[in-house]
Design a binder for this molecule. Sequence first.
Ligand code: XMP
Length: 416
Amino acid sequence: MKQDLIAIIDMGRDDNSALARKIRDYGVYSEVYPHDSSLESLKLNGNLKGIILNGTEKDGNELNLLKGFSSIAPITNADKIYSSCNLEDFLFKTAVCNKNWNMENFIEDQITLIRRTVGQGKVLLALSGGVDSSVVAALLIKAIGGNNLFCVHVNHGLLRKGEPEQVIEVFGKNLKQNLIYVDASERFLSKLKDVSDPERKRKIIGAEFIRVFEEEARKLNGIEFLGQGTIYPDIVESGTKAGKAVKAHHNVGGLPEDLTFKLIEPLKYLFKDEVRACGKALGLPDNMVFRQPFPGPGLGVRCLGAITKERLEAVREADAILREEFEKHNLSRKVWQYFTLIPDIKSVGVRDNMRSLGYPVIIRAVNTVDAMTATIEHIDWTVLDIITKRIINEIPSVNRVCYDLTPKPTGTIEWE
Ligand code: XMP
């Protein structure tokens, strides 16, 4: 391992991951550990230079913290103990850390680790085209090449315009026949026919996705490993807390027990912005690396009510126009999430001097830190005007465009 490590011991405070993030910003690698971890497990992840017991005031004085910590490392009189010191001084003067946390070292270390773990084995990866799975794919290609890596890209028909094509373009040349593209659009649409309840739609999409992936996995023989885009917040948020069991983090989601794989999760210690930096360092295109969040059920929850092909295509086109114009007007990196949705209603309009019925398209553009609350973005009228004109001119079934002014709460970010 190339990097120095500062271990943060979770003693019940809520700011463990914020502290780890802050230390990494100083160029020093840091990780959060449960209070009952062994010293040996800490040392596996880097050159252990210092340990921070991150406790609360109410836990009492540091003597109590030390008692709680003694299961990790019995404190001897030779150990140096510092309390409440300046973080930068602690990192560089006390623990004498090197600033060696950077993406180049991370990638190099991960490649070594993956090669050591996988050897000549075969790895399967569900490649959605989202940031995390794309970065895992790029890392695995670098580590083991395209011959032993099998990526399954399931197109559930609810992806944004151009997404399956981009996955094929970016990964096809390295993976060749090992990039398994499954166009399951019709299959998903028929399962979703006449289903209007959002939660049922979600369940159907999730369950069908696993079924398709599982069918493909069964066709491949001798797969030993499953690659996953688990990232650090998935792990920290599910709890390293004292006494709280670490939740089995999400996997491709309930794969049947007879499909047993060993997991390869190379991003599990990275925060989202670090995943993006890693993707950039691996040479992935910006529009893949800086992709905004997109819900798993995709356009399925943006085509409100029972999905029809006509409205699904309309919302896909409208979304593509919105993304194109946001890119053109330098809004794409400024706004956290922006998209269009289409309700299941028609209103009266005029087209070619004739009274006609058409669908409205609603634009939503929000900013947030953690998606728990959100504010709306104040988009310039001129830009909204350009987008509106393009949508009503280029999509014949749409005759109105509305802008959603609702913050969260009361509105959620998605409408379903
Ligand atoms: P809401 O609508 O609850 O969304 O304000 C918060 C964030 O979560 C995303 N979202 C989902 N992501 N599967 C996902 O993977 C889902 O079913 C889902 N529903 C909402 C949403 O896009 C927003 O970023």
